[in-house]
Each structure stands twice: as structure tokens, then as C-alpha cells.
Design a protein around this ligand. Structure first.
Ligand code: DI6
Ligand code: FE
Length: 405
């Protein structure tokens, strides 16, 4: 049966601007479970009156596309709050990483944890995001750094998608840090990823994309190129942690491989921005990491706007640099710290985030898109990038059905 939503205002995010439809209506349904679509959307006065329908009045509330968190590392074990204390005392992220802390500290805990323990720890993080209207979450591996533990992380991420109404998209981020066993021969670890891990992940359809961390403390452009060539062989799209702590030419590298996205971008050069624009690479901004690390150099937002680089915003939820399970907070930080407009913040967590994941079936409210709708107790959609830590979600409809949160 179709679901008809009326007595609402819509920010379709299909443009121009918020794509506002005042006093609108939405007809959802059609399609099988897992693929229920918007059949019609427009002003209430034009509502088609055919078929068996369940009509719901939303009491004049605003609706938007369900939000999309397109960059998280939310499957992990352990705790790194002590590193935050160290950094507040003056230590840098690189110093802590080089001393064996940082990512490798989470790797030790994640390797030791069972799949069930990882799942139990991650589920509340997924629930916290969906309680704020998030209907699609990307989750990366990258705290296993060996074949077995990377597969374990990806399976846990898949299980989170199966057990909840949220869509989970996974990325293989085996090239997140150099594992201790390969400290003297990082290239052999890149071989392991290319020759063993990636083919197994592809065969098991455990990852929707391949990601890598291109940075002086992680992997070189040459190593990333090898990984991305292998990903292309296996038909897996790529994305890149680029230019977070220094300009390593990551944005241009991502562009050269036609990556879905390049993420972080604090140190990206004008040439990198140009390359992204030419290749249609989405720039994913991660203000939670920027603030947590006390960074001072902002991504080149003006250049991105001038060149028309699509801008997405994500939490980067992880235990080391972005301890945040709140996409609404990331939106507010992107506005306040990076100077994005509230409209850019909402586009960055809907339309552009969908693009960063290579998903063309969501991110806007239009006929033919998935019936993933967030219903808000706000007077205007700009409030979504204003209030943070403040519950304003009235209802989350995913795949045409109300979801508990
Ligand atoms: N950049 C980040 O900010 C996260 N990963 C990355 O490549 C940090 C992950 C961590 O410190 O655990
Ligand atoms: Fe990240």
C-alpha cells in the first residue's frame, strides 16, 4: 500500500537552494521491501488521488532527505581519550603515532576483540547517528591491518546494515597505517593488500569501495597508486584520505584515479582543487577531526566553491581524531569553523554525501528516489546546521517505513 504524507514543508535538496515545497505532499510506495521509492512529490494541491493509500498528516513539519554520513570509522575497540589529554598537553598527533600510539593503539584492541564485541560496541554509534536522522552510513575498516582482522571489521559493518534499518556502505581501508609486522617493509604490506586481501574482499562483496590514507605517517602516493590500480582491476571504486596533515598531492592523486571522493583536504593546493573539479571528485570535509586535533589550516573552501567542487560533510567518527557520533554537530562545526552556509551543510549531508558514496538513488526528495525521509521539529531547514546536541527529529522514514530511533 502507498503511504501518503501531507501537511508538511519539504526541503527536497534538489535545488535551487533548499528546493522548498511549502504545504507539500509525498506519495511513497511502489517497489519491494528494500527498494520503496517516492512515487510523487509536490504541492498538496496537486496530490493525485488514486489507489489504496494510508494518509498521514505531519502537522506542518519540515521534511528533508534522510541524512547520510559518508565517512566513518565507527567499528573499533579500545579507548584513546588519554591521547586527547596528551595532545592538550602539547603532544602532536604525529608524535603520538610515531611512538606506537594513535591508530596502532586501536589496532591492538580491535584485533583482540571478537566480532560480537565489535558489533556490540558499534551498534550504539549507529543508533546515535540514526537518532539524528541519518539513514545511510559509510563504515571503513582499517583497524585490523591483517587479512583476518580487516575481514572481521567489514563483516561487522555488513551485519550492522543487515540488523538495522540504516543502509551501511563499507570501504576497505587496509591502507590506514603500516602494521607493526611490516614496519621495515611497508611495500610488502601493500602487496598483501593487493594480492590477498582485496581479491578476497571483492569475491565476498564485503566492500563497496577501497580507501587509503595518503600521508607522510602512512602511505605514499606511489603505494596508493598501486592499491588503486588493483582496485580498478577488481571493479571497486576508490576514495582517499588526502592532504589532512600536509600537502601530499592527495587531491590530484584521487582525481587521477577518478575517485568518488577526496576527504579532509586541509592542505590541498589550488592545483589539487582544479584536478578534483575536472574529474568530478567530491570533497568530503571532516570538521570533527579538524577541531579535535586543534588544526588551524582550513580546507580551501573558496577555491572549491569557485571551481564547483561538490562539498560533502561527515563525522569521521573514530576513537583517535573525531570522537563524534553526531552528524548534526558536524554540520554546525562546518558552518562555524569552515564558514559553510547552512544550506551547504544540509546539501553536504544529503545530495553531495550520496554522490561521495556513488549512490544515485538517494540524497534528494524527488520522484524515483528511495523513500528515505527525515521529519523535523524545526521552523526552517537552516536550523539543522544551527542547533547541535539538540533532539529535533520527529520521525525517520527509511524505505517508506517509520523507523524506531
Ligand atoms: N585520518 C583521520 O583523521 C583518522 N584516520 C585518518 O586517516 C584517524 C584515525 C585514528 O586516529 O584512529
Ligand atoms: Fe577518516
Amino acid at each position: 500500500m502507498d503511504l501518503v504524507l501531507t501537511d508538511l514543508h519539504v526541503a527536497t535538496m534538489a535545488g535551487p537552494g533548499y528546493g522548498v515545497i511549502e504545504d507539500g505532499a509525498i506519495v511513497a510506495g511502489g517497489g519491494s521491501a528494500g527498494d520503496r521509492r517516492i512515487r510523487w512529490i509536490g504541492p498538496r494541491s496537486g496530490l493525485p488521488g488514486d489507489g489504496a493509500v494510508e494518509t498521514r498528516s505531519l502537522g506542518g513539519r519540515w521534511v528533508t532527505p534522510a541524512l547520510i554520513d559518508c565517512h566513518t570509522h565507527l567499528v573499533f575497540a579500545g579507548d584513546r581519550s588519554g591521547e586527547f589529554e596528551q595532545r592538550l598537553g602539547g603532544a602532536t598527533y604525529e608524535e603520538i603515532a610515531r611512538a606506537g600510539g594513535g591508530i596502532l593503539s586501536t589496532v591492538r584492541a580491535t584485533r583482540e576483540a571478537s566480532a560480537d564485541e565489535l558489533y556490540a560496541a558499534a551498534l550504539p554509534r549507529v543508533q546515535a547517528l540514526s537518532a539524528e536522522g541519518v539513514g545511510t552510513i559509510e563504515i571503513k575498516s582499517g583497524y585490523g591491518l591483517d587479512v583476518e582482522s580487516e575481514l572481521k571489521m567489514l563483516s561487522v559493518a555488513r551485519r550492522l546494515g543487515e540488523a538495522t534499518a540504516v543502509t551501511v556502505r563499507t570501504s576497505l581501508l587496509a591502507a590506514h597505517a603500516i602494521p607493526p609486522e611490516y614496519e621495515r617493509d611497508p611495500d610488502a604490506y601493500v602487496d598483501l593488500i593487493c594480492d590477498e586481501l582485496m581479491p578476497e574482499v571483492a569475491a565476498g562483496k564485503l566492500a563497496d569501495a577501497v580507501d587509503a590514507y595518503c600521508e607522510s605517517i602512512a602511505f605514499s602516493a606511489e603505494q596508493v597508486s598501486r592499491l588503486f590500480e588493483r582496485a580498478a582491476d577488481l571493479g571497486l571504486p576508490v576514495r582517499l584520505h588526502a592532504d589532512q596533515l600536509s600537502d601530499g598531492g592527495g587531491a590530484a592523486l584521487a582525481a587521477r584515479f577518478g575517485a568518488l571522493s577526496a576527504d579532509h583536504l586541509e592542505y590541498t593546493s589550488p592545483g589539487g582543487v582544479r584536478a578534483m573539479a575536472d574529474s568530478g571528485v567530491v570533497g568530503v570535509l571532516l570538521p570533527g577531526a579538524f577541531v579535535t586535533l586543534g588544526e588551524t589550516q582550513s580546507p580551501p573552501i573558496d577555491a572549491m566553491r569557485e571551481r564547483g567542487v561538490p562539498i560533502a560533510i561527515a563525522t569521521d567518527c573514530n576513537p583517535g581524531t573525531s570522537p563524534i557520533c553526531s552528524l548534526r554537530s558536524a554540520m554546525m562545526l562546518a558552518a562555524r569553523v569552515f564558514g559553510l552556509t547552512p544550506e551547504e551543510c544540509l546539501a553536504g549531508t544529503t545530495r553531495e554525501a550520496a554522490r561521495a558514496l556513488g549512490l544515485d538513488d538517494r540524497g534528494t526528495l524527488e520522484a524515483g528516489k528511495r523513500a528515505d525521509v527525515a521529519v523535523w521539529d524545526v521552523g526552517h531547514p537552516r536550523e539543522l546546521a544551527y542547533w547541535f546536541g539538540t533532539p529535533q527529529l520527529a520521525e525517520l522514514i527509511l524505505d517508506g517505513q517509520t523507523t524506531a530511533f
